[in-house]
Design a binder for this molecule. Structure first.
Ligand SMILES: [Zn+2]
Length: 600
């Protein structure tokens, strides 16, 4: 999933943009959400002492440890991760925070004749442990059946050759097939591939991307949907818009979605991805993505889990369509002729999909600490601040140090915990500091916490998520971002924004207290923040990092990610690339916002 991150961050950032009919003037919308702080004001007195304790020196000192080769990239279920967790535990203890993890498993046995001791409330640990199932090996299969009686013929396809199906869940289904064009339903521009066809309990074959990539006549080139289907930013997406399309088709009751690439001229068919054909760069070795496939037994899945999204080769798609005497290329030109959908059910065609999985068990733990609020009435409510501590581990001699992803965020959480512990005046509500495990394998730690919270979700005022806070934005990145905002005078806007202080900030909509606290905090920190509120009905899509489970639980959230370096998810993500200034600014902003929100 995490390769999706950037695509999803950009996607969710632009999906949050109000639709055309509401967005009279994109520039007005942008200016309404752009907070430019030329001159900062003094930090409010109550949180001040702690604020000053957040420094580049301390942040870099902690990053040096967490991103050290000795921790071997902190992969879940490894000594490296457990060492990082033990380090955080000892720091929380050192600073006097309260443990927020598990209660002792074995009940305290009351000793005869000493009732006092047995009355003592058992002490929690800082660790919140849980066990996950690991898919050690999985074998997928797809069988095509066409015709009936004498004319019935079958064909089996090969995984990682004809199709790619990456799932840790067992699967066994057989169903009729429907072709649904590009799987796009955009009534606002008069294009709907799903109109007039029933996809319920079917296997649905769609084309990737959208029709009319370079044709202004295409309805999908219209301003209000263009960024969704033809984003200006060259995305690294693996799934992105197709994932969104498939989610909408699953919502209509489809059992599986097969995606065939609509354009194989540039990057070739899926075979190229499978053989891993990528531009070789010395510091970016080709490393197989051997990430553990983990899932939490019995846990409520995330929107993308349990969804049978299969990427198929052109050859396989043509074999499926042969039953109707059609081909992918033929259907593409029929659709492109007048940009009219050409969806239909494939009579007499069935597909059987299977996935057998062998499992093992892996144990890991979140690290949870908290500071109690000062107000007797409000201290049973909490603001939660978190960051994932795990990363990708090592591949042979290559260590994914994960300095930016996400030692930077973890150090931010540690620095804020220390700051609040040292700050004499505690805010009215309690504040919980969380370091998650298993983010790289599916947000597993934060999902476990949301289902086993220290303070119930109804008592959780907001969740502030830090994931990669070390890198400043680049001029080029800012220009690309501004171009996508569709404002008439992008040059003028560019002149207003200081790139080194720029922060696009995604957060939940309809959370005025959270937005207010962030704006107030920023008046003392002085960043140029572009707020992007994600409508609640889009919460399910605000994936990509640990705020997603809180969004799914309906809690207000904000997602802090600074610039994005090109060492993302490579062994090159190591601490010498960062100087700590962005980390300090981001950590101070979030500390202040969390304090102000908890003190409201
Ligand atoms: Zn991350």
């Amino acid at each position: 999933m995490k390769k999706l991150l950037f695509a999803v961050v950009i996607l969710s950032f632009f999906l949050a943009m109000p639709a055309a009919q509401e967005q009279k003037d994109p520039a007005a919308d942008v200016m309404k959400n752009l907070q430019l702080v030329e001159k900062t004001i003094a930090v409010p007195a109550r949180p001040l002492a702690g604020f000053d304790h957040i420094t580049v020196k301390d942040l870099m000192a902690m990053m040096a440890f967490l991103s050290h080769d000795l921790l071997e990239g902190r992969e879940v279920g490894t000594r490296g991760y457990d060492t990082a967790a033990a380090y955080a535990q000892s720091l929380f203890t050192l600073w006097g925070l309260k443990p927020g993890g598990d209660l002792p498993k074995a009940p305290v046995v009351p000793s005869r004749g000493n009732p006092a001791r047995s009355a003592a409330r058992p002490e929690r640990s800082f660790l919140q442990e849980f066990v996950m199932k690991e898919a050690l090996a999985s074998t997928a299969s797809v069988l095509l059946e066409q015709g009936s009686g004498e004319a019935r013929r079958t064909r089996a396809f090969a995984p990682q050759v004809d199709f790619v199906f990456d799932s840790s869940l067992p699967l066994d289904l057989s169903a009729p097939v429907v072709f649904a064009g590009y799987g796009i339903s955009e009534r606002s521009v008069g294009y709907d591939d799903l109109a007039g066809i029933d996809v319920k309990d079917k296997v649905v074959l769609i084309l990737s991307d959208a029709p009319g990539k370079d044709d202004p006549a295409s309805p999908l080139q219209r301003k209000e949907v263009k960024d969704k289907y033809f984003p200006a930013m060259p995305s690294m997406r693996r799934g992105g818009a197709d994932f969104v399309k498939a989610s909408a088709i699953f919502k209509r009751g489809a059992l599986a979605v097969l995606v065939v690439k609509s354009d194989i001229s540039a990057g070739g068919d899926i075979h190229w991805e499978i053989v891993g054909q990528r531009q070789v760069r010395d510091e970016k070795p080709i490393l197989p993505d051997e990430r553990k496939k983990l899932l939490i037994p019995g846990s409520k899945g995330m929107p993308w889990e349990g969804r049978s999204l299969v990427r198929v080769s052109r050859e396989m798609a043509d074999a499926v369509l042969a039953g109707a005497g059609e081909t992918v290329a033929g259907l593409q030109s029929k659709i492109a002729a007048r940009y009219r959908p050409h969806s239909f059910a494939l009579k007499g065609t069935r597909l059987s999909l299977g996935n057998t999985v062998n499992y093992g068990l892996v144990k890991s733990a979140n690290v949870i600490a908290w500071i109690e609020g000062s107000d007797p009435q409000l201290r049973d409510q909490a603001v939660v601040v978190g960051a994932h501590l795990d990363h990708l581990g090592r591949r042979g001699d290559y260590i994914f140090n994960g300095a930016e992803d996400n030692a930077s965020g973890a150090c931010g959480v540690l620095a804020m915990a220390r700051a609040l512990a040292l700050n004499p005046e505690k805010p009215k509500r309690s504040v919980v500091f969380c370091l998650w495990t298993g983010e790289e394998e599916g947000l597993l730690g934060s999902r476990w916490y949301v289902e086993h919270p220290l303070f119930g979700m109804e008592k959780t005022a907001a969740y502030l998520n830090l994931d990669m806070i070390a890198m400043p934005w680049s001029e080029a990145g800012l220009q690309r971002m501004v171009r996508m905002l569709n404002v008439k005078d992008s040059e003028a806007l560019l002149k207003k924004i200081r790139v080194e202080k720029f922060l696009p900030l995604s957060l939940a909509a309809e959370a005025p207290e959270l937005r207010g606290a962030l704006e107030e905090a920023n008046r003392s920190v002085g960043l140029d923040i572009l707020f992007r509120e994600t409508p609640r009905d889009m919460d399910r899509m605000s994936g990509g990092s640990d705020h997603a489970p809180f969004a799914m639980a309906g809690r207000p959230w904000a997602f802090f990610i600074s610039g994005m370096s090109d060492v993302y998810h490579t062994p090159g993500d190591s601490m010498e690339k960062f100087d700590g200034t962005v980390m300090e600014r981001m950590s101070r902003l979030i500390y202040l916002a969390a304090y102000l929100l908890a003190d409201k």
